[in-house]
Design a protein around this ligand. Sequence first.
Ligand code: KE4
Length: 428
Amino acid sequence: MSRNDELFESAKAYMPGGVNSPVRAFRGIDMSPRFAVEARGCRITDADGQDYIDYIGAYGPLILGHAHPSVVDAVRAAASRGLAFGVPTAVEIEMAKKVVALVPSVEKVRMVNSGTEATMSAVRLARAATGRDQIVKFEGCYHGHGDSFLIKAGSGALTLGIPDSPGVPASLASLTRVARFNDLDSVRTLFDQEPEQIAAIIIEPVAGNMGVVAPAPGFLRGLRELTSQHGSVLIFDEVMTGFRLGPGGAQELYGIQPDLTTLGKVIGGGLPVGAYGGKASLMEQVAPAGPVYQAGTLSGNPLAMAAGLAQIEVLEETNGWERLEERAARLEDGLAEILSETDAPLTINRVGSMLTLFFTERPVTDFDSATASDRKRHARFFRAMLHNGIHLPPSQFEALFVSLAHDNHDIDRTLEAVRKSLAAASEG
Ligand code: KE4
C-alpha cells in the first residue's frame, strides 16, 4: 500500500470521509487523494515523494504559487510579533485600504475567516437593508456551505428552492429562488412573480464552481438593471475572481458595479480569510456601527492579512496580472491546438487564469450544458494526467488555476501530458 493510501485509511478513521473538505476526497475519481507534504512554486510533492505541476493552487488563493518567499517572509515576521490579539491591528487597516482602493464598488469592508462567512454575512446585510427575506442564486454557482445556499432548483413555476443537503430547513430553503446562469428571463420571471420580495441576487460574476463559465454579453448588466429597478441588492461573489481576474476582479473586467462584493482566497495568501464590502450606506449598518450583527474571533487575523497583502503587493509591483494572462493564454492556445488534432469531445472555457476543460463538445454556458460533460472520461483523464506528473483539480466542475509560478516550460510540459492523457482517457 502506498503512503498516500495508508494516510487516507488512517484519516478516514478520524475524519468524515478522511478529509476536512469534501472535494479533497477525490470522490468520482476512483482513486485515493494524494497527501501533500510540501510545495514550492507550481510544484507539489506528495507522501510518496512524487512531484506534480499543481493546478489546484488550494482552489484559488495561491496566485503567486506555493510558498512564495515574499509571502512566507511576511507571515514569519507577523508570527514573530504574535499570532492573534483580540484587539485591532494596523495591518487590518492596510488590507481594508487596499481593498477599497482596488475594488471599484467597495467603500467599506469587513474581514471574516472564510468565503462562506463572507456570503452569509452579505446576505444577512442585504435582508436587513431591504427588509425582505427572499434571495436569488443561480444553478451551478457555489457560495460556500451557508444554509441559504445549499439549495437546488425546485420544480414548478416558482422554482422554489428545496434543500440540497439534509439539515437545511425547508422553511429556509423556500426563501431561496434558483435562476439559470446566463438566462435573464429566468430572473425577470422571479421579479414578475414576486415583485418587491427579493432582498438580493447573489452570483459568481464568472462562475468557477460548475467549471469556468463566463457571463454572456449583457447578462451582468441586465442583473444590475433588474436589481436597481426592483430595489434589490446585487451581490457579486468574487471569492474566487477577486484580485485574480485583475486588481478589481470581475466587476472591473466587465465594468459592472454590484452593491456588495464578497472576497476570499487571494487576499489571504493561503491562510483562512474572507471579506465582504460595498457601499458605505450598506456597510455602515454592520455592527458595531449599525444593528446588523456579525463577528469573528480571528477576523482580520494579522498573519492572514500579512500573507494577502504580500501577494497583492507582488502582483502590483511586477505587473503580475498581465504576466498571468500571458501564461494562461499560452495554456489555452496550446490546448486549442491539441483539440484541433483530436476528435475527443472537448470544450475549453477560460477567463483570465481560471480555466476548465469540459468533456463535452457543446459550448458550456450554464449548469445544464456543464453537467452534460462526460464525468467518467474526465476521471480517466485526471488519473492519466496525475500519472504524467500534472495535478488537476479532482472534479470536472472545478477551475484549473494558473499561477505566476507556472513558467513556459511548465505550461509546455502540461501540454505534452495532455496529449498523452487524452489518448488514455478515450479508452473506456
Ligand atoms: P470557503 O468557505 O470555502 O472559504 O469559500 C466558499 C466559496 C464562496 N464563493 C465562491 C465563489 C467559492 O469558490 C467558494 C469556495 N470554493 C471552493 C472551490 N470551488 C472551495 C474548495 C472547497 O470547498 O474545499
